[in-house]
Every structure is written in structure tokens, then in C-alpha cells.
Design a protein around this ligand. Structure first.
Ligand code: ADP
Ligand code: MG
Length: 476
């Protein structure tokens, strides 16, 4: 039987900032373990946290975009527990008074609008990372104290599609605002996935099962689909009492979730307000200055591309899919490039190159916006034909040269020399008496055939438009 699924997400995201959230260690990727570490990150006695303003601004910015209620004060709490990755014995988080509460945001799910309710969003610190080997475990404190933004939705999502659409929407917001790169390869996102099922007409939610620390979009989708199936099958078999409040984990190898512990084993974190961080007033001026700094997000950019540049809904969607692509497109336009042409080159050739080279982004493509603008201008000015433009593009990637340099290197300029084209046209006409006859008898495609002959003689350099005009004039 099909049941109604209820899903709530706790989405953790490592923030982008120069330094960590409570110490001045660098917040950045390092190949070397324990490099970006200060005494505070190791929990040394006598150290005191210093709140990173940049992180506070970004957390407030995220809360604003999610239409949350912002509290009067920024304040932090201690979540106490012991674990080797947490040398202080507590995590600094926001429990009593998160930076954003009661938010909502409208997202697009396969073409339909859906409002997602946000329970809260809060700023906290990440723990160190543990690596387990055969008979040892190691701890890397590079991650200890990295700013984390945790967002908790209400149980208002009803399918894996809705959950994923929401997460993709959030990733886009985080990337456009520079709050986070959301790079899954660097472990920058993790989600706790809460799933329950109920009969369509039930008024009471079913038992919620939490799958913790799922760290890729793909695994989140699979977790949701697996849990809905597992719980439904138990319910169908009259064994719904076996669905219990518990914490599970996703296991990629078996494609299943595996029980870790019961909710009854949950520890009491004994939360209390962090005494070492004085509360900090979120003034109207601060809010105003943050509000003003919110950049244009994907949804607005897409609307603009459709309205101002007459791009199709589909093309605009492709361009705003990532901020890097959208920025690339806008740079082409700021260099005077026609938006439609820029869009065509990007959505076909440039993105094909990104797809071809594994692990690359548009930033890695040799062809830069200035080169696209130059290429489009060469075609607009009829210096080269459209087809030659495609060749130029391929050569640019191979030879690492600009469009003008390629045109020069391969002698691709269109022949604008009227006399030369005239000569070639005359040659073609004298060689194709039959084709002319056929053309006059209604086989109009013969004209294209003869244009092709002129192009061939000119080694592709004649301007096909003027070749066609001349042929027409002379046949009459
Ligand atoms: P807990 O006290 O177990 O942490 P919360 O009420 O704080 O539970 O909710 C944690 C997450 O679980 C939230 O994202 C919330 O939306 C989700 N959630 C709550 N109840 C359900 C339910 N019945 N089914 C699915 N998700 C739920
Ligand atoms: Mg919770």
C-alpha cells in the first residue's frame, strides 16, 4: 500500500570564511593534518572564544533569505558531551535563541511551487574529524571550529523529489551568497534525514526515524526512498511496531540504512548559555547593511535573463544552475556581447567542455568571456562565418589562442573581395549548366548546391550570403 511520507531535514553546511568561527585559525582546506589549529581549537585551558563577525553576518543573511524571525541578540549555548573529536567537552551552538526561526521559502519542484517551512537556522562550530584504521584512529583538528550553519525544516516535505529540490535550492542560495561552496567532495554538507509514514487521512504523524550524517545529495535521496519502502513494508506486514524512534546511518555498500542506537539512549546535553561570549545586539543598522548586501539570487537572475535578454526558460535555467556559469555569462554581456549569442556558445560549446573534462568547472575552461565576446564580434562583423566560428572554438581549446589569433593562424578570414567571389561564381555557373536548368525548372535546392560549390572553391572563406546573392543575380 502507498502511504503518505513525512520528511524533515536537518541540513548542516560548512561556511566559507577567512578564519574559524571562534578562533583565528584559517578556515580552509589543507592537505596536511592539524595545520589550521589554534590553542582554542584544542580546548586548552585559559583560551577564550572570539566570535567571527563575518560568520555572524552570513548567518543573519541566510536567516533573512529564509524569511526567518531574527532575534534581538546574537547569543550562543553549550551542548555538553564527551567525544575524542571534541576536546573542550562541549560544542558551542545556538539552542535557546537561534539566529533565525519560523522561516519559509518557496521552491520549485518539477515545475510546481512548494512552500517549505523552516523551524530554525543556527550558527555553530564543527568538531574535529576522526579517521579509523585497522588498529588505530587519528584525529585531525583542522575541522575543529569550522563554522557550520544548521538549518532545520518542519516536517513538511513529502517525497524525495521535494527534499532534493529544497536542498538544491539551498545549495544555490549558499553558493550565490558565498555563504558556502557546498562542496560534497570536501565534506562540506551533511544532513540528518527524518522520515515517517502515515495513512493518507491520518491526523497524527507516524513514528519518526532519523538517519544521521548523510553526506551527499545522492545518498540523501536513496536514504529517503529506502526508509519509505522499509517502513511501508513493515506496516503492510502488520509489523509497524518495529518502526521505532531510533538513529540509523546510510550504508552505501548495501544501499540500506542500518540501526545505530535507540532514541532512548540519547544523551542529555545539559544545554546552557555559553558564558564566555557576551550576547551581541543585532541592531537595525546591522540588519539593514546585511539586507543591502544580499546579491541577486538564481531565481531573480533567471527572471531577468528571460525578461531582459529574451532567453528561453530552459536556457536561463541552465545558465543560473551554478553561480560560476551565471557570472561567466554576465561577464560576456558586460563586454558587449549579444546575450543570445553568449548564451548559445555557453550552453553548447563551453559547457560541453566542462562536461568533457572530469572534475572541472567553467573556471577551468581556457575560453574566457572576453574570447567569447571576441568570437561573437568576428561573426557579427562577417569576418568569419558561423560554421567557421565553431572551428575557431575547437582550435582555441587545442592551441590555447584567442579567436583573432586562430583566424590568423589558419587563414580563416572571409573573403570580402567582390572580384574574387565574382570569378568563383562565374566558374561555378559555367561548370553547372544542368544545375542551372534544373533550378529554373523548380528544383530550388540547386541554388544551395551551387553556393556550396563556390564555398568549396574558396576553401570555405567566401561569404555564403554574398555568394548566394551573386548567383541569383547572374542566373536571372
Ligand atoms: P528531535 O527532538 O528528535 O530532535 P525535532 O522535533 O527536533 O526532533 O525534529 C527534528 C527533525 O525531525 C526536524 O527536521 C523535524 O522536521 C523532523 N520531524 C519531526 N517529526 C517528524 C515526523 N513525524 N516525521 C518526519 N520528520 C519529523
Ligand atoms: Mg533535533
Amino acid at each position: 500500500m502507498a502511504y503518505k511520507a513525512v520528511i524533515g531535514l536537518e541540513f548542516h553546511c560548512e561556511m566559507k570564511s577567512h578564519t574559524k568561527v571562534f578562533s583565528d585559525a584559517i578556515n580552509g582546506y589543507s592537505k596536511k593534518s592539524n595545520e589550521n589549529v589554534r590553542p582554542l581549537d584544542l580546548g586548552f585551558p585559559g583560551t577564550l572564544p572570539m566570535v567571527n563577525k563575518e560568520c555572524v553576518r552570513k548567518a543573519i543573511e541566510a536567516a533573512m533569505i529564509l524569511n526567518c524571525k531574527i532575534p534581538e541578540y546574537m547569543e550562543f549555548d553549550r551542548k555538553n558531551y564527551f567525544y575524542p573529536d571534541l576536546p573542550k567537552g562541549f560544542q558551542i551552538t545556538q539552542y535557546f535563541n537561534p539566529v533565525g526561526t519560523n522561516g519559509k521559502i518557496v521552491i520549485d519542484v518539477n515545475g510546481k511551487e512548494k512552500e517549505v517551512l523552516i523551524h530554525d537556522i543556527h550558527l555553530e562550530e564543527d568538531a574535529a574529524s576522526l579517521d579509523h584504521y585497522y588498529d588505530t584512529s587519528t584525529i585531525d583538528y583542522n575541522r575543529a571550529g569550522v563554522p557550520l550553519l544548521e538549518l532545520v525544516t518542519e516536517p513538511c516535505l513529502h517525497s524525495a523529489d521535494e527534499a532534493l529540490a529544497f536542498l538544491e535550492h539551498m545549495r544555490s542560495i549558499y553558493q550565490y551568497t558565498d555563504i558556502s561552496d557546498c562542496d560534497t567532495k570536501r565534506g562540506q554538507i551533511r544532513a540528518d534525514v527524518n522520515v515517517s509514514i502515515m495513512d493518507e487521512n491520518d491526523t497524527k504523524f507516524g513514528t519518526k526515524v532519523e538517519t544521521k550524517n548523510v553526506n551527499s545529495f545522492d545518498a540523501i535521496r536513496k536514504t529517503i526512498e529506502y526508509e519509505i519502502k522499509r517502513q511501508s513494508e513493515l506496516k503492510d506486514a502488520g509489523r509497524y511496531d518495529e518502526v521505532v524512534q531510533e538513529t540509523r546511518r546510510w550504508d552505501d555498500e548495501t544501499g540500506t540504512t542500518i540501526r545505530m542506537r535507540s532514541k532512548a539512549d540519547a544523551i542529555d546535553y545539559k544545554y546552557f548559555t555559553e558564558p564566555n561570549i557576551p550576547r551581541y545586539r543585532i541592531t537595525e543598522e546591522l540588519k539593514e547593511s546585511i539586507r543591502k548586501s544580499i546579491p541577486m539570487l538564481a531565481t531573480e537572475r533567471k527572471e531577468k535573463y528571460i525578461k531582459e535578454y529574451n532567453l528561453s526558460e530552459y536556457d536561463a535555467g541552465v545558465l543560473v544552475k551554478s553561480r560560476k556559469i551565471s557570472d561567466y555569462f554576465e561577464e560576456c554581456i558586460s563586454l558587449g556581447c549579444d546575450p543570445k549569442s553568449a548564451c548559445n556558445w555557453i550552453t553548447t560549446r563551453v559547457l560541453a567542455e566542462v562536461n568533457r573534462v572530469e572534475d572541472s568547472t567553467i573556471d577551468d575552461v581556457f575560453v574566457r568571456p572576453a574570447m567569447i565576446a571576441e568570437l561573437v564580434k568576428l561573426i557579427e562583423d562577417k569576418k568569419i562565418t558561423n560554421n567557421q566560428g565553431k572551428e575557431v572554438f575547437i582550435h582555441m581549446l587545442e592551441d590555447k589562442l584567442t579567436p583573432k589569433e586562430i583566424v590568423k593562424k589558419y587563414g580563416m578570414e572571409v573573403i570580402e573581395d567582390d572580384n574574387l567571389i565574382d570569378t568563383l561564381v562565374d566558374e561555378v555557373l559555367s561548370e553547372n549548366a544542368q544545375a542551372i536548368e534544373d533550378y529554373k525548372n523548380g528544383r530550388t535546392n540547386m541554388l544551395d548546391y551551387m553556393v556550396g560549390q563556390v564555398m568549396k572553391k574558396s576553401k570555405g572563406k567566401a561569404n555564403p550570403v554574398s555568394a548566394k546573392e551573386k548567383l541569383l543575380n547572374k542566373i536571372k
